[in-house]
Design a protein around this ligand. Structure first.
Ligand SMILES: *[C@@H]1O[C@H](CO)[C@@H](O)[C@H](O)[C@H]1NC(C)=O
Ligand SMILES: *[C@@H]1O[C@H](CO)[C@@H](O)[C@H](O)[C@H]1NC(C)=O
Ligand SMILES: *[C@@H]1O[C@H](CO)[C@@H](O)[C@H](O)[C@H]1NC(C)=O
Length: 428
């Protein structure tokens, strides 16, 4: 039995390696995006790894004339093995009881997310797991639970004193902005990590395929570089989109960290007649004053460091509806576009990571959710079962949501058992 299992995991690793190698062979990292080092203009949006109707509109809107290839020797390739740190953040903990569904989701989410990362990360990447815990949440049950789930917790303050923000509009309103005001900015500490690459995720995410392609690509980009997905659901067509807050791949850099903090302290946001950050039109939208607005402002407008906007159907897929409410046009940088890629239709096999926002949380036991959400919930439950089978033994049955939900709704959810958690401390 044990031998059969280790043979199976060996075969799995082997097949992941094979798939990875095949991917490398068919990829062309360098011709697909542009830079203009001659005049030190880092240039604009860079095409996604795979083109789509929506994204090609994006490209033609942003780059036309110059398409010089990035010379891979421009930036030194860090010595292998690549260290990749995956980070999650805990900004607060309101849970007071262990039956609280947000606490249960946090705990089970942290286990399953980590398992999904380990399942798809080749050993050569030596993944490490860091959770930034805001000092306000220090010592809470949430903090302890994330630690128990195998995330190395680092207690940190908001990276700046908001009373020192120069411009009054930002200073007075940042506390109420987005999910959690300026405490969301603790995500930025990922830029201070000593690893080759850092990946910021939310705990309600799941990795579905190896991220090697983007990791290999960002490895040769300069320090401070970032890859993220845009959140078009938050803005009207023709506007500038925010970054989705639950996904950012970056090359750590202390100077980029300092620069980002400095931008918040010194740059106007939405002053009269000057919309968004510094009047560039990045914002206002949900969370624009913090992470969601800062990241695209820094990468697209300040434009000091290379960046890639990834295809949001493949990375950080949220099954968002790409059309405006009246279904008349696509949400995107160009008005009046009628046809666009629809992330609700992306096949599971084509999705690298998903983020349970619009589809609701798997631990909410949404038994009647639409099929495009259900297939992703099933992936989460698949990963959960795999973890349990690996830790406790037994047969994989493919229980799916039905196997872990006694009934619909969060009260029906069967949380990961203490036996699994205890055994897991040794194994994952
Ligand atoms: C990019 O650099 C080339 C020189 O290599 C120059 O001819 C071209 O004008 C530059 N493009 C922009 C937009 O500055
Ligand atoms: C950088 O390139 C963009 C086009 O992508 C252009 O609009 C902008 O003016 C350039 N900036 C500088 C300083 O050359
Ligand atoms: C904001 O705009 C001003 C004036 O246009 C410019 O000098 C400054 O560099 C901009 N700030 C950032 C962070 O880009």
């Amino acid at each position: 039995m044990t031998r059969l299992r280790s043979l199976l995991s060996f075969l799995l690793i082997l097949s992941i390696l094979l798939v990875t190698l095949t991917n490398y062979a068919s990829l062309n990292y360098y011709t697909n995006y542009e830079t203009n080092d001659s005049n030190n203009n880092k240039s604009k949006i860079i095409p996604p790894l795979h083109n789509s109707a929506h994204n090609s509109a994006h490209n033609s809107a942003h780059n036309s004339a110059h398409n010089s290839a990035l010379n891979p020797t421009l930036h030194s390739i860090p010595s292998s093995p690549t260290t990749v740190t995956y980070t999650i953040t805990l900004t607060s903990c309101s849970s007071t009881t262990s039956h609280d569904s947000t606490l249960i989701g946090l705990i089970d989410g942290a286990y399953v997310l980590k398992k999904s990362i380990l399942t798809h990360a080749p050993p050569s990447q030596s993944p490490t797991f860091v959770a930034y815990v805001h000092e306000d949440a220090e010592g809470t049950e949430c903090h302890r639970s994330i630690e128990n789930a195998g995330w190395e917790c680092r207690v940190v303050p908001t990276p700046l004193d908001i009373t020192l923000i120069k411009t009054p509009n930002l200073r007075n309103h940042i506390s109420q902005n987005g999910c959690c005001g300026p405490s969301e900015l603790i995500k930025l500490y990922a830029y201070t990590l000593p690893s080759t690459v850092a990946i910021i995720l939310d705990v309600d995410s799941l990795i579905l395929k190896p991220l090697d392609e983007v990791i290999e690509r960002i490895k040769i980009m300069e320090e401070g570089a970032g890859m993220y997905t845009e959140d078009w659901g938050m803005v009207q067509p023709g506007r500038k989109a925010g970054a989705q807050g639950g996904f950012l791949i970056l090359r750590p850099s202390i100077s980029t960290f300092n620069r980002l903090v400095n931008i918040i302290l010194n740059t106007p946001f939405n002053e009269p007649g000057k919309p968004g950050w510094n009047g560039t039109g990045v914002g206002p939208f949900w969370g624009a004053m913090t992470f969601q607005g800062l990241i695209p402002f820094y990468y697209q407008e300040v434009n000091e460091v290379e960046s890639v906007v990834l295809n949001r159907c493949e990375y950080n897929n949220m099954r968002d509806n790409p059309y405006t409410k009246d279904n008349r046009e696509c949400r995107g940088p160009v008005k009046g576009v009628k046809i666009c890629q629809d992330c609700r239709e992306t096949k599971v096999e084509d999705i690298y990571s998903t983020h349970f926002t619009l589809c609701q949380k798997p631990w909410g036991c949404h038994l009647n959710s639409k099929n495009h959400c259900k297939v992703l919930h099933d992936e989460w439950f698949y990963m959960r079962e795999r973890l349990e089978v690996e830790v406790l033994g037994g047969e994989f049955e493919g229980k799916g949501m039905k196997g872990y939900c006694k009934k619909g709704g969060k009260d029906g959810y069967v949380r990961i058992g203490d036996d699994v958690m205890k055994a897991m401390h040794v194994k994952i």
